[in-house]
Design a protein around this ligand. Structure first.
Ligand SMILES: [Zn+2]
Length: 444
């Protein structure tokens, strides 16, 4: 519409100019180098107009001829770029599909066609990683680290390579550097924490946990458990260094972060006892017994006063069991101490209650002991022992990562070094495996 309007207006102006010129005829004479031209003004103007049109057409043609090689080169470059990106896309698809050969071929092709080292380097690194060429992958990732815009990608690749090779020291170094570049990557914070813990760098691990809390890297319950373990280990380190105040402070933190953590309660109780605070030690153990009764806690509670006779020990056991009186572990502990104190009736009552709730080998063996000590009905004793042989095994410390058996709880599995892998478990029904602590790997 607007175009039509402009066209009509231009046409009107041209017609008006032509009419104006036609109304004003005039003659022009030019004398030049012996030539003489005589004409009217309109003809002269038209002549001048034609000269201008011809001149501009010649210039345009000239430009076309001169610019041709440049345009052809630009078209070739464009084609190479297109082919390069195609190779890159195909290569990335091959990495995702796990096709190492196609990934390598495309990586080489893209590298030859594209002048974009960060992109092609990443593909080359992934292709090398996929085909198991660790040295080449490391080389490519190291070159990515040299550029600020790809430093994090490179460090991530190197970290993955180090973890795959089982080189914990190198992995820790890369994780630290990558964390400094990008502290917001949650998976990296989790990996860094795991590596620091495995290396026994509990002070550093505590700092990483504080950092993780700000960024909500771990779910609240998981974060509390990790805080408890770190504080438990720091208490141990402080104790070994002779700093009892710091040891007590850390042990208290561990116990508060996770009251259902038997080892932390036991360590806190030991440290409190060393300060002569027996009542506080007993309270800490009772707190844990209330939520997670465990034989280690009972043993620590009985150990608060090692010189006790059997009757006093029974009273002690009863006192702790009162924090969680219906739990089979409470019945088992009180029943066993009653047996040692030769109170057969009480022992039988508690052990029977324990056997009803959790019929394991140990309960039946204790019942056989009661039977034997009380009257000595050989058939009844044999009956209990037969039941013990057929019963489910008692819980033990098992690693959730490698399935290894451990003599006692420790933060790191003595076999596979998994953090918090050791759990008090039914050997026939082990708990589910730990979630993978390794970072999201770039290549499959
Ligand atoms: Zn393990």
């Amino acid at each position: 519409m607007l175009r039509l309007l402009i066209y009509l207006v231009t046409l009107a102006i041209l017609i008006a100019a032509a009419v104006w010129l036609a109304d004003r005829p005039g003659a022009v004479a030019v004398d030049w180098l012996g030539w003489r031209i005589e004409t009217s003004v309109p003809v002269l103007l038209i002549g001048l107009f034609l000269v201008v049109v011809l001149f501009s057409a010649v210039i345009r043609f000239w430009r076309l001829v001169v610019g041709l090689p440049g345009r052809l080169a630009e078209r070739r470059r464009e084609k190479r770029r297109r082919q390069g990106y195609l190779a890159l896309t195909d290569g990335l698809a091959a990495v995702a599909a796990g096709d190492a050969g196609r990934a390598r071929k495309n990586a080489r092709r893209a590298d030859g066609l594209l002048n974009d080292p960060p992109l092609t380097l990443l593909l080359s690194a992934q292709a090398a990683q996929l085909s198991g060429d660790a040295d080449a992958a490391k080389n490519h990732f190291a070159r990515l680290v040299e550029r600020p815009e790809t430093e994090f990608l490179g460090l991530r690749g190197l970290l993955t390579q180090a973890l795959r090779a089982g080189d914990q020291a190198a992995a820790l170094d890369y994780a630290r550097r990558a964390h400094a570049v990008n502290p917001d990557a949650g998976w990296l914070t989790a990996t860094l924490f795991d590596l620091q813990a495995r290396a026994g760098l509990w002070g550093e691990a505590a700092q990483t946990l504080r950092d993780a809390a700000k960024r909500h890297v771990f779910p609240p319950e998981d974060a509390a458990r990790k805080r408890a373990i770190v504080a438990y280990e720091r208490a141990g380190q402080a104790q070994a260094a002779g700093d009892r105040r710091e040891a007590l402070r850390q042990a208290r933190q561990a116990h508060e972060a996770d009251p259902a953590f038997p080892a932390a309660a036991v360590r806190l109780a030991e440290l409190l006892m060393a300060e002569g605070k027996e009542r506080k030690a007993a309270t800490a153990l009772a707190d844990t017994w209330r939520v997670a009764p465990h034989p280690d806690v009972m043993a620590a509670h009985l150990g608060l006063s090692p010189a006790d006779d059997a009757l006093r020990r029974l009273q002690r056991a009863e006192k702790l069991a009162a924090a969680n009186p219906d739990h089979p572990e409470s019945h088992l502990a009180v029943g066993e101490q009653a047996l040692r104190a030769k109170l057969w009736g009480q022992a039988r009552a508690h052990l029977t209650a324990a056997a009803e709730a959790r019929p394991t080998a140990r309960v039946y063996r204790l019942l056989a002991e009661v039977e034997e000590a009380e009257g000595g009905d050989a058939a009844a004793v044999r009956d209990w022992l037969a039941k013990a042989a057929a019963a489910a095994p008692d819980p033990i410390w098992l690693c959730r990562q490698c399935g290894g058996v451990a003599p006692r709880w420790s933060s790191l599995c003595p076999t596979c070094h998994a953090l918090d892998g050791i759990a008090w478990s039914d050997p026939l029904h082990p708990p589910p495996a730990l979630p993978a602590a390794a970072p999201a790997v770039i290549a499959p």
